[in-house]
Design a protein around this ligand. Structure first.
Ligand code: CTP
Ligand code: CA
Length: 223
């Protein structure tokens, strides 16, 4: 192998990455969201681009900015918009990393006018969103790599393995919220990787850039 292949092991590869939260509209001025910053997904996109990949980054609302010319960014707001963008780009992707914190439920209807306050208690009916990762797993071809995340607070490893199987993944990144210093708004993360042969690797608490480098290295190793 020449030097160029060693430093750019993903050259010629197309990667689809999702990042950030989704916002699910309640009415024209309100939404249901979550605390995902988008940092992890943007860091993964950068690490994959550094290794030579052409990256399509589908992101929910975030303050993160791109610094790489081989990353194309598609901004979406809702889980449905993220699904549409991912389905449209999946067939041309060699590798897919879904790090977005997609809403599991969305309002059944969106009020066309701002909802006025009335009673002391108030309910919003919600319906399940489509599981984007599961949909992609169902149409995955044998030469595609599909990587997902699992955010768990109990039975972490078993739940992650269940997700790996249910969604037909090649690798799952278990995010441990239990460890102090890891999580949504921080710049650090503590992960465990489990691949489809159930080989498990536990990593130390690291910066999100270092975690993204570990994930990119594992992807190169899996190819
Ligand atoms: N995911 C997705 N579409 C959804 C929900 C989740 O693509 N509608 C993806 C996430 O991007 C992540 C993985 O599925 O890569 C796991 O997300 P997580 O929230 O941990 O698991 P869920 O399957 O949603 O199950 P639960 O929240 O009940 O644990
Ligand atoms: Ca979820």
């Amino acid at each position: 192998q020449n030097e160029a292949t060693n430093s750019k092991p993903l050259s010629g590869k197309s990667v689809l990455v999702t990042a950030g939260p989704t916002y699910e509209a309640i009415d024209p001025v309100r939404f249901i969201g979550n605390h995902s910053s988008g940092k992890m997904g943007f860091a993964i996109a950068a690490q994959l681009a550094n290794r030579g990949a052409k990256v399509m980054l589908v992101t929910g609302p975030t303050a993160e900015k791109l610094l790489h010319s081989s990353i194309e960014r598609i901004d979406v707001v809702s889980a449905q918009e993220m699904l549409n963008a991912c389905v449209g780009h999946f067939s041309s992707a060699d590798i897919c990393v879904m790090s977005a914190a997609v809403a599991d439920y969305t309002p059944l209807t969106v009020a066309s006018q701002k909802i006025k306050k009335q009673e002391d208690t108030f309910c919003i009916d919600l319906k399940k969103t489509t599981d984007i990762l599961k949909v992609l797993g169902e149409s995955k071809k044998s030469d595609q790599l599909l990587i997902g995340f699992a955010l768990e607070t109990q039975n972490e490893e078993q739940n992650a393995i269940d997700k790996l199987r249910k969604k037909n993944l090649d690798l799952i990144i278990l995010n441990s919220l239990n460890d102090s210093g890891a999580g949504f708004k921080l710049d650090t993360n503590k992960i465990t990787m489990i691949d489809s042969s159930l080989q498990k690797t536990i990593f130390d608490l690291k910066s999100k850039d270092e975690v993204a480098a570990d994930i990119a290295d594992k992807i190169v190793a899996l190819l």
